[in-house]
Write a protein that binds this ligand. Sequence first.
Ligand SMILES: Nc1ncnc2c1ncn2[C@@H]1O[C@H](COP(=O)(O)OP(=O)(O)O)[C@@H](O)[C@H]1O
Ligand SMILES: [Mg+2]
Length: 316
Amino acid sequence: MKEKIAVLMGGRSLEREVSLRSGTRVCDALSERGYREVPLDVTPELVATLRSERPDAAYIALHGKDGEDGAVQEVLEFLGIPYTGPGVVASTLAWDKAVSKRLFREHGIPTPAWVTFSTAAFKQMGAATALDLVPDAVGGFPLVVKPSEQGSALGLTRVTEASELPNALMNALSYGDKAIVERWIEGTELAVSVLDLGDGLQVLPPVEMVAKSGLFDFSAMYTPGETDYYVPARLTPEIEAEVRRLAEQVHTLLGCRHVSRVDMVVAADGTPYVLECNTSPGMTETSLLPMAAEAVGIGFQELVEKLARMALDGLE
Ligand SMILES: Nc1ncnc2c1ncn2[C@@H]1O[C@H](COP(=O)(O)OP(=O)(O)O)[C@@H](O)[C@H]1O
Ligand SMILES: [Mg+2]
């Protein structure tokens, strides 16, 4: 028998169900490869269980708050358990779109124009009196309102006229304390995964998503048949090279290790815009990282084992 690996999944985030799907597949893969996998839901007993189980490593199959924002990573470091995926600082930076987008802008990485509002801005500073300035600040309609810290397109609204803006903001702010209003980029949607497995960065083929409903929302992401996927994406060689370069730049800039997935939209004029970077990409049957890995001959089990080995072998 090989090493013992705790697979962290579930938790209380809104992406709990997605995480359980990722985690179950990860457990099956580890088991097939001869590891002793211990599936662990994130509950108030987690720390006590980790102390008694004493796993050799933890595989983080959590998505969303607490699993992807640095919280569980801090706990694992405190307990001295090596884990898969980016560390605390990279997780924190990537999870907060308002922060990571500022870093993108400062480093010349194109990202749609945006403004950020906190709950405090409305409750204590009267920001509601300036909502009329917002459309011009981001370059006009349509625009998108989304929580700064969330995933799976939860709390996201596409807004086409000013009257819809207050409700969209209230909706986004019901998911967390910060919301961003961003210019909507019409174009080709891409997810570009980066593997960083000890022998140099490997950017996987970009995956193109075409949601049949026109919106790549929660249902389009996780219901088989609702989205068409193209791997590799249908891009010119020049644009493909550029999106690969950007994914690598984002991964490095945020200080990611092991794996990340950068979501982008390529506008009609060929300009790629980076939307966000995910530090715990989905591992479900419709997820984009496994699809991209498959395209270069890395099967699901192999992908999981390679990531687990990074943690087990203490590799950054
Ligand atoms: N500015 C934008 N322009 C076009 N589409 C967007 C924009 N922002 C978000 N979307 C759409 O919503 C999806 C989710 O947005 P994203 O920023 O990746 O947040 P998350 O995946 O964390 O919820 C994207 O994959 C894309 O389909
Ligand atoms: Mg995304």
